[in-house]
Design a binder for this molecule. Sequence first.
Ligand code: HEM
Length: 444
Amino acid sequence: MQAIPTLAGVPVLGCLPEFRRDRLAFLARAHREGGELVRAPMPGGRQVFVVTSPELAGEVLRTQAACFKKFVALDRHARPILGDGLVTSAGDVHKRQRKLIAPGLTKKEVGSYAETMARLIDETVQRWRGGRTIDGLEEMARLTLDIATTTMFGTSFEGDAGAVGRAVHEAADYIAYRLGSLVHLPLAWPLPRHRRLRRAVAELDAIVYRLIAERRKDPTPRSDILGMLLAARDEDGSGMHDQQVRDEVMTLFVAGHETTANALTWALDLLARHPEVAERLAEQARGVLGGRAPRLEDLPALPLALQVFKETMRLYPPAYMVGREAITPVRLGGFELPAGATVIVSMYGLHRRPDLFPEPERFDPDRFAPEREQALPRGAYVPFADGPRVCIGNHFALMEGQMALAHIAQHVRFESPSSPPVPPLPRVTLRPSAPIRLRASARA
Ligand code: HEM
């Protein structure tokens, strides 16, 4: 067996202190010093390997996916909230659920949510047009949550939106806190944070189970995600029971909300800092839309909005790394990894490789012009991961991002009063480490 390059760490604790202090610096160093596959020593002889290569990322996520399971910490901390939904389930349960849900989230199917998205994006734009300073993340989190609740439960869903928003927020917050802390007290302990979470989840459960019961009584087909989940059938004609539907609803909310909100926030920040790109985007959007909200059929004529969104996720991948654990010994790029090894696929490192993305720190949406994007090797750009567990909401998120950026850019110009740029903070997702304030003014 060849020796895998090993990162230097401190005695006993290895690379753990650096990983906890500054994960992005750790991921950057892993590639700089170790190359495509590097071993990071951790306490107790734990084996952690960092992958920053398109080919090896493809092996872990796709071709050898069966040799790995998802990183256990996520499972332990997210399961009490997400139950057995797509993010946390494994094996046959995951396979069945994925097969049931995937047909409802294809590019063609998510097109049916375009009108709802456009309406909610337009409401947001109208609120800003008078000119004001906004907190980017607050505004984008509100927009993406409005879009998630409305596409999930349909436009008739009203009074309960606040409770759903609170529950989703509490749940995401709690998972981030659990993943980030060293001491894990049982959720049953009556701490304020635990109580808040339990209350929020109970509220959401009450709403979701009530809606499920109502829909089961009146089976008129409904064109929202809840309707899709309830109608999904496998080959033997069986569908999901109530708790499975509940788990998938919570999972889709938590997996889709903060990721998309962060990506959009970084995109607005980048546009404020690159007025020449914002001008080009505004011009293209105006030329196609003439001021009105976008429709599904406009999207092919708005490529720059999609390129801006993709380039944003290159620089600030909301999922900046994914973790896997080898369930058997695995051969990876000529090396032998033991069973039990933790493998981190570093999206952050991959997306900043200068050989794949020259001048990687530069914001350049033209990198994603179709012919240039096609020339990238598979696995070089993986904001949604790849393989059997690739993000099931990727078409939804891309459509949401493209629509939002096109419509916002044609009406609003942003300036960023905060300089230098706000650095990213790597938690469960890559979020801004401080509020991103943006001065919005209406375009003439
Ligand atoms: C910009 C936005 C988004 C990004 C960057 C993103 C990224 C990701 C990534 C990297 C994974 C794979 C995680 C892993 O393999 O460990 C994933 C999984 C997942 N995502 Fe997304 N996501 C986004 C939006 C969404 C949306 C809008 C939804 C829901 C409509 C969603 C639902 C899910 C689900 C359910 C999974 C688990 C899939 C499975 O394991 O079968 N995501 N996402």
